[in-house]
Design a protein around this ligand. Structure first.
Ligand SMILES: [Cu+2]
Length: 178
């Protein structure tokens, strides 16, 4: 709701700004007659080059925006790859992760939600390096895929301060060699 209001206000302000730019640009074009023909044609060339730059910018964005890492947390999987669904429910102050044992090479699809407040689902490898994370939010299910590539004990910790026992939200995921 609030996003729609903010969006509407932004659209109106952007419209006013765009109208101002067009008004200035049209006025500048009319003023060109005050200059000599050489300067006038140089300015027209500049206008064309600017238009060309805008087209290149839009084309480059169109081609690359889908490659940004935060567009999707679901990396493309090879055809026929088995994906293990995993139900993750956060609750003050514990994790429920079903199932919580995997083998090397297995891809888990964590479906993460919360029963109460926002938590942060963070997956750590056996060396305690964070390898994946997503928000655990009440009323939403956030999906995160991770392929286990080494055996050992992985940990899930909470990354979002969620109350006095936040630090106790620490559980294990066991990964066995294939
Ligand atoms: Cu927490």
């Amino acid at each position: 709701m609030i996003q729609e209001v903010v969006w509407s206000i932004s659209i109106v302000l952007m419209g006013i700004l765009a109208a101002l730019f067009i008004w200035v640009a049209v006025g500048a074009d009319a003023a060109l007659v005050n200059y000599g023909p050489v300067i006038a044609s140089a300015y027209r060339l500049r206008t064309w080059l600017f238009g060309l730059a805008v087209i290149i910018l839009i084309a480059a964005n169109y081609d690359t925006i889908g490659k940004l890492p935060y567009v999707s947390s679901l990396p493309a999987m090879p055809a026929g790859a088995a994906i293990q669904p995993v139900e993750v429910v956060a609750e003050q102050w514990d994790w429920s992760i079903k199932p919580n044992a995997f083998h090397v090479g297995q891809t888990a699809e964590f479906r993460v939600t919360s029963k109460d407040v926002n938590h942060g689902f963070a997956l750590y490898d056996p060396e305690m390096h964070i390898v994946a994370q997503v928000q655990a939010m009440p009323g939403y299910t956030n999906v995160l895929r991770y392929t286990f590539n080494e055996p050992g004990v992985f940990h899930v910790l909470c990354l979002e301060y969620c109350g006095v026992a936040h630090h106790q939200m620490n559980t294990e995921i066991k990964v066995t060699a294939q």
